[in-house]
Design a protein around this ligand. Sequence first.
Ligand code: BES
Ligand code: ZN
Ligand code: ZN
Length: 462
Amino acid sequence: MAATDYLVHKSESDPITLIPVLSDQFDKWLKKQTKDLQNWVNAHDYKASPGSTLNVPGKKGSIDSVLVGVSSDNIMWDYAGLPASLPKGTYKIKGRLKEEEADTACLGWALGTYSFDWYKESTKDFASLVIPKSTDTTRLEALAGGIELTRDLINIPAADMGPVELAQAACDLAADFDAECTLIQDQDLVEQNFPAVYAVGKGAADDRRPCLIDMAWGDDKNPKVTLVGKGVCFDTGGLDIKPAQFMKLMKKDMGGAAHVLGLAKAIMTAKLPVKLRVIIPAVENAVSDKAMRPLDVVESRKGKTIEIGHTDAEGRVVLADGLALACEDKPELILDFATLTGAARVALGTELPALFSNDDQLAHDLLAGGQTEDDHMWRLPLWKPYRKMIDAKTGDLSNESTAPYGGAITAALFLEEFVEKSIPWAHMDVMGWNVSSKPGKPEGGEAMGLRAAFAMIKNRFN
Ligand code: BES
Ligand code: ZN
Ligand code: ZN
């Protein structure tokens, strides 16, 4: 099923009416209703808490309408739980919604109908919603489709989503939007000066060779926006192998790539007036006799040499070349997404991405986008005094910090070494995974910061 399949323009049968009531004004609202309804509500001890529903009976055992508790500031997630919890059927929202409310309700609904069942015999079914007239369907389709792509790419098992398949997914997306997709594969990475990408990916099997994905879309006259995503299709840790409990989820280590492809899909669907470039170093961090070793020194595209202090800190190594390439045509803006460090999760938990930026305005605009889209991030500093922690003994910098603290910051400082100071750049260290299910946020692959970034780009360049 596609992201918006449970959103319909017209209903064949008579849709059931959803009656949204503000949770904190429910008592006042109820007093104005019929005695019958008041009795029904009280008999069910229904309080209209956000996201909760109460079916109101109609004639001959039918459902006449459904009360839905909504909060004033959390509409999206209040609606997101409904497609799974309501009896199957088609619903419409009572009353005229403001455009923003309608978009938000529909996006919540769409996100609430996601289920990754590609590998299952039985598939989930959901209730449908008639799209209110005031809805901006471009934004809705852009975001719902983009987020669905991000989730799918992360959820696909690593066996079926290696560097080759990730490159194919990028080329398929490009083909859908008349974009160009260039691939630089395996040995060509060395010849075309991507030594750091090659170093991380060289240990992988014959059918999982490393690759640099470079996608371009849009009018050359538009401002250049470049997205870079960490595409580690499985992170075993390499020779510094991860213990089982930390390796288990590492199919999601291409989550950064999944985010930039999802965001690219949203941007292209909405036809935002930008010249878009998407760069993804796609590799597998494998355990093998060909894998990079601790204290190897690796060349990078920019010329700085990288000492491999730890083979499990591979993300920053591949991003070094990706970011260097991103800077070469001097875009207006570079955004990178990466499942870069466990330390960012220790600092902020799994749900709140860490944001780093060399540009205060850009950081501000991304955080503002996060506020309006309910897709929050938290800014952490590119704290210069910690830069010396990534000095190397045999090389220009190490991919491992000398200190066990501040790992998200030292990783971001490492990336900063490969970005031109004059180019506004933001780095988002994301989990890319819901560890448990919540309305509209099913356990599994998740887009985090994508809506915030979309809003920022839309506001900046529209
Ligand atoms: N992919 C991991 C980071 C990660 C782990 C992100 C868990 C989200 C959840 C990354 O490649 C990694 O292993 N980083 C190490 C770096 C360390 C060895 C310097 C980490 O964060 O522990
Ligand atoms: Zn790693
Ligand atoms: Zn990794």
